[in-house]
Design a protein around this ligand. Structure first.
Ligand code: PGA
Length: 281
């Protein structure tokens, strides 16, 4: 598993924060800090729907990508309050969060609706970041791996090999989100490794059914960690082999903090590039 160069991703989930003017100011600060920097990870910001258009204008010239926090799986129709994939691609959105634990806890998202959203995103060329993670009661009952692998299997179990190549997963233990209590890096890495094995098993099923899996295996899939990531904790997390980046909530709302997290991830990008060039010599 060494020397596999997976994409490193730092994603900022702004949740229900930032008016248009606040979102524009934050974006401009991040763009100013990262434009012209080398070895950047893939940087994605997820503003609320109302600020997507303004943020899209502010990131035009920089390396930052635009994401949305959710989508409906219909293209259009009588679904008051929902946002369709077509509306997102119209705004040059490239990524979308699916199955975030706050959607699961407060808005009825579940293992039946996540696959519908994943397929809708993929069929419109949007890259889904599937969020999975256990509740504290589930962890204490020893159910972490069962819950997380079920969430992964439900959301991704019906994808084709080609679609798999577009997917990102974020492991976000629910008890770590917004609490200041992040998961110990070694334990987060253990769960991310388990997720990778779950994906490998899904891909093996595809292979059995005759799909062409050339150039695709579970080792290429980026897996992020999320849950109280800060500039003071990112470096330790990024040392773990199976953690390929972070989905950052609270700490993505301040440019200085978010940029420090990006810089820490840049070190990992640099190390990986160096290792690859040494290996190829
Ligand atoms: P947090 O949120 O970094 O504020 O814990 C992470 C998330 O919910 O994606």
């Amino acid at each position: 598993m060494k020397n596999i160069q997976r994409q490193v991703i730092i994603a900022g989930n702004w949740k229900m924060h930032k008016t248009i003017s606040q979102a524009t100011a934050l974006t401009e600060e991040i763009v100013a800090a990262v434009t012209n920097e080398k070895n950047l990870p893939e940087i994605v910001v997820f503003p609320p729907f109302t600020a997507l258009s303004a943020v899209e204008k502010s990131i035009k010239k920089g390396p930052i990508k635009l994401g949305a926090q959710n989508l409906d799986w219909h293209d259009e129709g009588a679904f008051t309050g929902e946002i369709s994939p077509l509306m997102l691609t119209d705004l040059n959105v490239q990524y979308v969060l699916i199955g975030h634990s706050e959607r699961r806890q407060y808005f009825g998202e579940n293992n039946t609706t996540t696959p519908l959203r994943i397929k809708a995103a993929l069929s419109h060329g949007l890259k889904p970041i599937l969020c999975v993670g256990e509740l504290i009661d589930e962890r204490e009952a020893g159910l972490t791996d069962a819950v997380v692998s079920r969430q992964v299997g439900a959301a991704l179990g019906e994808l084709t090999a080609e679609q798999f190549a577009q997917v990102v997963i974020a492991y976000e233990p629910v008890w770590a989100i917004g609490t200041g209590n992040h998961c110990a890096p070694a334990e987060a890495n253990r769960v991310c490794t388990m997720i990778r094995k779950t994906v490998a098993a899904l891909l093996a099923r595809l292979e059995d059914s005759g799909n062409d899996l050339e150039n695709l295996n579970a080792n290429h899939l980026p897996i992020l960690y999320g849950g109280s990531v800060k500039s003071s904790t990112i470096t330790e997390l990024m040392k773990e082999e199976h953690i390929d980046g972070a989905l950052v909530g609270g700490a993505s709302l301040k440019s200085e903090e978010f940029v420090s997290i990006i810089e820490a991830a840049s070190d990992r990008v640099k190390r990986a590039a160096k290792a690859a060039s040494t290996a190829s010599r």
